[in-house]
Design a protein. Structure first.
Length: 312
C-alpha cells in the first residue's frame, strides 16, 4: 500500500468512526421531545387571558385537554393591562389579548427573560351593544354611540363596561371610537362581563358594551339566559348607507359591523413546549372551528358566507 493510499485509508476510517459516534448520539424526535420540561402532550403551563374571552377560551382548553390527557392548562382571567404585565412574568407562558406586543415589550422580554416572543391573530371579535329589553333605543348610529360615551346624547343613557380602566373593551372604545374625546363621568364600571349584562338587565337607561363571545352563541345555554334578560342593539353598518346590523359572526368577519377587534396570542417559549402546542391548536383546524362555533370570526380558516332567503 502506497503512502497516499495509507493516508486516504486512515482519513476514511476517521470519517466512518466519526459518523458512527454521531449516529449513536442522535436521538429521535420523540426522544428529544420527551426530554423537554413539557411538550404538546404533557406538562402544565399558566396562561393569562383577557376576561372578555372567557367562554371561548374555557371551551378551547377543555377540548385541548381532552385530546392531550397529560396536559394541564391553567388559565387566569384578568383585565387586559394585567395580562400584558404578565409578559414579564416567568411563570406565564402564553397571553391571550387583543393586541400584539410592541418593540419595547419585545426588547424587555429578550433582555430580562432571554425569550423571543411570538404572536398571531387567531380570531376577530366584536364589541356588542346591549340594552334593557324595554329600552326604546335599540338602533344606534356611530355618532349616537360617541354621544352616549361622552354624555352628550339626547337622552340620559349610562354606558357600562367591564371596568373603566385597563380593560380591552375600554381601550378599544377610547382608541378606536372616541379617538381623543373623553369618556363621560357617568360611565359605570362593572366587575366583569357577566356583571355588565346583569346591570343592563336591571337598569332601563343603561347601555352595555361587551365582547360578543358572551352573547353571540345561541347554542350556549348560559348565553341564552343572558339573551332573555337583555337585548342586542343594532349599530350603523359600515358599507350600506342607512343599514343597521348586530355584532353577529358574518358581520364581524367582513367588518360590516363597525366595532371589530383582533384576538391575539403572545407566546413566550424558546422550545416547542405545551405553549406552542396550545398556540398551534388555537390557530389550527379544530381551534378555528371552536372560534366559529363560539360565533367569533376565525382568522386562520376560510369562512364562507352564503346568502339566505328570508321568509316574508
Amino acid at each position: 500500500m502506497s503512502f497516499y493510499q495509507k493516508i486516504n485509508y486512515r482519513g476514511l476510517s476517521v470519517v466512518i468512526f466519526s459518523l458512527l459516534i454521531l449516529l449513536a448520539s442522535c436521538k429521535s424526535y420523540k426522544e428529544q421531545e420527551d426530554e423537554l420540561p413539557d411538550n404538546r402532550n404533557k406538562g402544565t403551563i399558566n396562561v393569562s387571558a383577557d376576561e372578555t374571552f372567557k367562554p371561548v377560551i374555557d371551551e378551547m382548553v377543555q377540548v385541548y385537554e381532552s385530546q392531550h390527557s397529560g396536559a394541564t392548562i391553567k388559565v387566569q382571567y384578568k383585565n387586559e393591562a394585567e395580562c400584558l404585565n404578565d409578559m414579564l412574568t416567568d411563570s406565564i407562558r402564553t397571553i391571550i389579548v387583543t393586541r400584539h406586543y410592541n418593540e419595547d415589550e419585545k426588547s424587555l422580554m429578550l433582555d430580562s427573560m432571554k425569550v423571543s416572543p411570538r404572536s398571531m391573530v387567531i380570531a376577530r371579535d366584536g364589541i356588542a351593544v346591549v340594552v334593557h329589553p324595554s329600552s326604546p333605543d335599540s338602533m344606534f348610529r356611530m355618532t349616537d354611540i360617541r354621544e352616549i360615551l361622552t354624555g352628550r346624547f339626547k337622552k340620559s343613557l349610562i354606558p357600562v363596561f367591564d371596568g373603566l380602566k385597563a380593560t380591552s373593551t375600554v381601550r378599544f372604545i377610547i382608541d378606536s371610537v372616541l379617538r381623543g374625546d373623553s369618556l363621560t363621568s357617568k360611565a359605570m364600571a362593572a366587575r366583569s362581563s357577566e356583571a355588565v349584562l346583569d346591570y343592563v338587565a336591571k337598569n332601563p337607561n343603561a347601555v352595555g358594551f361587551i365582547g360578543v363571545s358572551w352573547i353571540g352563541n345561541p347554542e350556549d345555554t348560559s348565553q341564552l339566559s343572558f339573551l332573555k334578560k337583555i337585548r342586542v342593539a343594532n349599530v350603523e353598518c359600515t358599507d350600506i348607507p342607512g343599514a343597521f346590523v348586530k355584532a353577529y359572526q358574518a358581520n364581524i368577519y367582513i367588518k360590516r359591523y363597525p366595532m371589530v377587534r383582533d384576538l391575539v396570542y403572545i407566546l413566550k417559549e424558546n422550545y416547542k413546549g405545551l405553549g406552542t402546542g396550545f398556540a398551534n391548536f388555537m390557530s389550527g383546524e379544530i381551534g378555528q372551528l371552536i372560534f366559529k362555533r363560539a360565533y367569533l370570526a376565525p382568522a386562520k380558516k376560510s369562512f364562507g358566507i352564503r346568502p339566505v332567503k328570508l321568509n316574508e
